[in-house]
Write a protein of this length. Structure first.
Length: 230
């Protein structure tokens, strides 16, 4: 039975609405990104038939497998680390790329998008926590990467993304999410631009992320259950 996916989606939508109300955020401001990595097209279709339209994958290979099998109006996001040799396929398949973490990658996405007549939306991944095991720009390097992205005509820089440590305490989570929001605000003022999206918060911490300004929460386990690692 897959009814649990429908039930889980309804629960999460209600919880997002509650946090929006409590934080004084306009209802519907926060996008729910269903992280479908390792799950089948059949599972994704259950979520789709429950009204979900935004899905995220960690790997380009899974996008290649799933995109042709699923409805064309799904908005696909690549949220995992993007290797240079996968940029062409990422540009072809994903409307949003969350994990852009270098000026070199920005420039390559721009070139490939030009060749493929695409214009992906990108978010710069920032390693706020400082974990060596995580990808992402050091916060001191974000400004230079923004400057590079703004010179690119075949992509659209729409915001910033971060991942918090799974074991982080509440105070550390608040610090990470708050820091990303402040950096976004600083960059908007510095460059005179709008960066509307903050991609932060997952199944375990999405409520705190929304309270700190997240506009995209990336939720997988709470929707689909434990990962299928087979």
């Amino acid at each position: 039975m897959t009814n649990y996916i429908e039930e889980n989606l309804e629960y999460i939508r209600q919880e997002i609405t509650k946090v929006e109300q409590a934080a004084g955020i306009p209802l519907g401001s926060v996008k729910l990104l269903a992280v479908s990595k390792t799950f089948s097209p059949e599972d994704i279709l259950v979520a789709y038939n429950s009204g979900q339209r935004i899905f995220g994958e960690n790997k380009v290979q899974e996008l290649e497998e799933k995109v042709p099998k699923l409805p064309k109006d799904i908005e696909w996001h690549l949220i995992g680390h993007l290797q240079s040799n996968k940029v062409v396929k990422a540009v072809e398949l994903a409307e949003y790329i969350h994990s852009v973490d270098s000026e070199i990658l920005v420039s390559k996405i721009n070139r490939m998008a030009n060749e493929k007549n695409k214009k992906p939306k990108i978010l710069l991944e920032v390693n706020i926590s400082g974990e060596s095991s995580k990808f992402g720009l050091h916060i001191k390097d974000v400004e230079s990467c923004v400057a590079t992205a703004l010179k690119c005509h075949n992509l659209e820089l729409v915001g910033l993304m971060t991942m918090a440590p799974y074991e982080a305490k509440k105070t550390e989570l608040n610090r990470i999410f708050f820091t990303l929001r402040i950096e976004r605000n600083r960059l908007e003022q510095k460059f005179g631009i709008k960066l509307p999206e903050l991609s932060m918060g997952m199944s375990s911490d999405f409520k705190m992320a929304i309270a700190n300004g997240s506009t995209i929460v990336r939720i997988g386990t709470l929707i689909f259950g434990g990962r299928n690692l087979a």
